[in-house]
Design a protein around this ligand. Structure first.
Ligand SMILES: Cc1cc2nc3c(=O)[nH]c(=O)nc-3n(C[C@H](O)[C@H](O)[C@H](O)COP(=O)(O)OP(=O)(O)OC[C@H]3O[C@@H](n4cnc5c(N)ncnc54)[C@H](O)[C@@H]3O)c2cc1C
Length: 400
């Protein structure tokens, strides 16, 4: 058995590295275990994901001194977001000035966030990153836990944190059940340049048979997000670039002029996950391992950042008072502060997906009514907008 660690984090994705960054200011010894190799963690490649960061996320990344490592030339402010329902005139429009802030949020390429987190964490003397290592199990032993690697090696920790993706194997190994929702849809994302400006407005068009979104990047470029049923995904991925350019130009009704694909098309099968509990003995789930969201409301990493921030704050308080960082009371408080909001977001998002992607005539009527009501009733818009941007604490949500 090697020297014990205070904390072992399983998974060096955005959530795991964020928690590690939160521990830099403490005197804890932290081990981050990642199954992929160092190059894919230190120099992640563009993966087509544009992450819409809320104001709260931006604040956390600044506090962690991670934001400085993000290439600011790739950050695009989101001024407005419009939601369309097929060909119907119903429209929901969110503007940054309607919630007293400059921008609704900030679009940042995922690989930039991952690279910035790595750069920050790799400078820290109290964080050790172990790559090409797969964690196979976690065994609870009263005063500590043993983290067991696939190689047979073991390390001890007072607190073990699993950030090993929505398909978390460790979550299952420690006996935490989860609710999985297979949407049977695939999200295809790619960067496209276009002739006319997007004015920093995001579009979400719930068309019949597909959902099409445009996320404004820097300059005359956007991330185009096409969601189709699984049976149609391969043909969209196999389509020639010329045909794809024509299809997307036509789907946006030519409003951006000719659109041209830049780089690859990436695909993501849509599966949502919510763990039944976020804790076990000396163990906590963060990031997608706790809640893996449908990306339509752009909340996955935002919730991951929020969750790790709640846990890190409690760990720092315990350290300041000489208390056990893996205690049951600390972990219960973490879960209490985080799980209600994630449940609301998870089921709320799944409800939005069900309402907006079902083409049955009665459902179409219901969503037109919902859109009209929300658009004409400012308090509803204010609440949604405020909640999506996380610009201010809402007095309506007691668990924030
Ligand atoms: C198309 C798309 C668009 C999105 N847009 C947004 C957005 O606008 N806003 C937003 O907030 N979120 C968005 N998200 C969600 C966001 O990308 C995820 O929430 C986030 O990447 C999850 O990070 P994570 O660290 O929890 O998990 P992951 O990124 O899945 O990382 C898990 C890590 O754990 C490692 N691992 C797994 N098992 C083990 C093991 N046993 N031992 C060691 N290592 C292990 C893996 O190799 C991986 O590196 C989007 C997602 C998609 C697919």
């Amino acid at each position: 058995m090697q020297t014990p660690y205070d904390i072992v984090i399983i998974g060096g994705g955005p959530a795991g590295l964020s928690f590690a960054a939160s521990m830099i200011s403490t005197d804890t010894q932290v081990l981050v275990v990642e199954k992929s190799d160092l190059v894919s963690i230190s120099k992640p490649k563009p993966d087509g994901r544009e992450i819409a960061l809320t104001h709260l996320s931006l604040k956390i990344l600044k506090q962690l001194d991670v934001w400085n490592f993000v290439n600011q030339a790739e950050v695009s402010p989101l001024k407005e977001a419009k939601v369309f329902d097929g060909d119907s005139p119903s429209l929901l429009n969110f503007k940054s000035d309607s919630s007293d802030i400059d921008a609704l949020g900030f679009l940042v390429p995922n690989y930039q966030i991952r690279q910035a987190l790595y750069q920050r964490v790799s400078q820290a003397p109290n964080i050790t990153l172990k790559t090409e290592s797969l964690v196979d199990d976690v065994e609870f032993k009263q005063t500590h836990s043993n983290v067991v690697f696939a190689s047979g090696e073991q390390v001890q920790a007072k607190l073990v944190i699993a950030a090993d993706s929505r398909f978390s194997n460790i979550r299952r190994k420690v006996g935490i059940p989860s609710l999985m929702k297979d949407f049977s849809k695939v999200m295809i994302v790619t960067k496209m340049t276009h002739e006319k400006t997007h004015d920093n407005v995001a579009l979400e068009c719930f068309d019949y048979g597909q959902t099409l979104a445009l996320l404004p990047m820097v300059g005359n470029a956007s991330s185009v997000v096409l969601t189709v049923t699984t049976d149609k995904a391969q043909s969209m991925l196999d389509m020639s670039e010329a045909d794809f350019n024509q299809k997307i130009t036509r789907d946006f009704k030519g409003q951006f002029g000719n659109m041209t694909q830049e780089g690859e098309r990436h695909s993501y099968p849509l599966v949502g996950v919510h763990a039944q509990t976020f804790i076990a003995e000396r163990f906590a789930l963060i990031g997608d391992a706790a809640v893996g969201m449908h990306p339509v409301t752009a909340h996955g990493f935002n919730l991951g950042l929020r969750g790790q921030d709640i846990l890190a704050t409690l760990v720092k308080e315990a350290l300041a008072h000489g208390q056990d960082i893996g205690s049951e009371s600390l972990l219960k408080l973490f879960e209490k502060k985080h799980i209600h909001l994630t449940r609301l977001m998870f089921f709320g998002t799944n409800g939005i997906v069900a309402l907006f992607t079902n083409d049955a005539p009665v459902i179409k009527q219901v969503r037109r009514f919902v859109l009209k009501f929300a658009e004409k009733f400012p308090p509803i818009k204010y609440l949604i907008s405020n909640h999506l941007t996380e610009a201010k604490k809402s007095k309506f949500l007691p668990f924030q």
